[in-house]
Design a protein around this ligand. Structure first.
Ligand code: AVJ
Length: 320
């Protein structure tokens, strides 16, 4: 199954200010940049490549779980039900659900990228010509008002890819609560969550032998050079992925290989040898941990599916 054209950071507000974020992120005592800026056109293409790497198990494992259990996940879904996807991107994983469903009232993909939505709609029209597709170009991190004619219908939410893991637990909880509101009344959400496991396995998934994830991370510096007249020497930084067991997250960093001064437009930033820019977090949850977080956002995890090796989980959350 093609894993192409998956999108990872749909929570970028339109007009999001890259320049301001870079200047403030590099001025901190612990330098950091928001991970959403990793996904420009080059970064999105590299992320697509990551999803097919041997070390990067999440995408193919989640697809396997969806293919094995779609009929159970879709129990109770019928002509009246509306499928709402958060950060739908190309809707590749959605096709697995759509292929297994008998009837569906409408499919509502929500994504910040108008072009990703248009592409998905064009592709879905070929395979599912009778499906009512309603595009919503929006940031899904706040509750979204659905079209009036579907607002009172039964809804099934879909949030795959463990994108929830990009958010620190407090923000993730707020996001889950916002989704519950968007899907109310009688909300239900099928959500993909990457599982805690051997840290070596986790780190390998974010530091592959072919160096694709390194290129993905370093592209952030190239993007600063391209868009903000930056002077980063890409050979003077290296990619690093580590597992932080206290916070239960994989961290990606860019490590300065020497003492150096780097200009970004008019500004200058000093790096000491070994100093890092923190670029992404990917939080990992055990099944009970995620259950608890969902609970504090007003959800109940009713069922959970996993693969035979316990790498990845898909929860069904319900709210009365
Ligand atoms: C798309 C955020 C789920 O955290 O696994 C993959 C992003 N970064 N390799 C992840 C990512 C580096 C991915 N998410």
């Amino acid at each position: 199954m093609a894993e192409a054209r998956e999108r990872a950071a749909p929570f970028q507000a339109p007009g999001d200010d890259f320049a301001a974020a870079v200047l403030s992120g590099l001025s901190r005592p612990h330098k950091s940049l928001p991970c959403r800026f990793l996904y420009d056109a080059v970064g999105s293409a590299l992320f697509e490549e990551i999803t097919g790497l041997p070390e990067y198990y999440p995408t193919r494992t989640e697809i396997g779980i969806l293919e094995a259990h779609a009929p159970e996940m879709l129990q109770g879904v019928g002509d009246e039900t509306v499928l709402v996807e958060f950060g739908s991107g190309s809707s590749v994983k959605t096709e697995i659900l759509l292929g297994a469903v008998g009837g569906l009232g409408a499919y509502i993909p929500i994504d910040i990228s108008q072009s990703a939505l248009a592409d998905a709609q064009a592709r879905l029209r070929v395979r599912f010509p009778k499906l009512d597709v309603r595009l919503i170009a929006a940031d899904f991190s706040a509750p979204i008002a659905l079209p009036a004619d579907v607002a009172q219908r039964r809804k099934l939410g879909f949030f795959p890819g463990s994108t929830i893991g990009n958010f620190p637990p407090m923000e993730a909880t707020r996001l889950l609560a916002a989704m519950r509101e968007t899907l109310s009344p009688d909300a239900r959400l099928v959500i993909g969550v990457d599982l805690k496991k051997d840290p070596r396995r986790l780190v390998r998934a974010y530091d592959d032998a072919a160096g694709v994830t390194a290129a993905f991370n370093l592209n952030l510096l190239a993007r600063i050079n391209r868009e903000l007249a930056g002077g980063f020497d890409l050979d003077a930084f290296r990619h690093a992925a580590t597992y932080n067991p206290v916070d239960g997250r994989v961290e990606m960093h860019l490590v300065s290989l020497k003492d150096q001064l780097v200009s970004v437009g008019e500004a200058q930033f000093r790096f000491r040898a070994g100093e890092t820019i923190h670029t992404e977090n990917a939080y990992k949850y055990s099944i009970p941990q995620f259950r608890e977080m969902a609970q504090s956002a007003g959800w109940t995890s009713r069922r959970v599916w996993s693969d035979g090796s316990g790498l990845f989980s898909v929860h069904e959350l319900v709210a009365p």
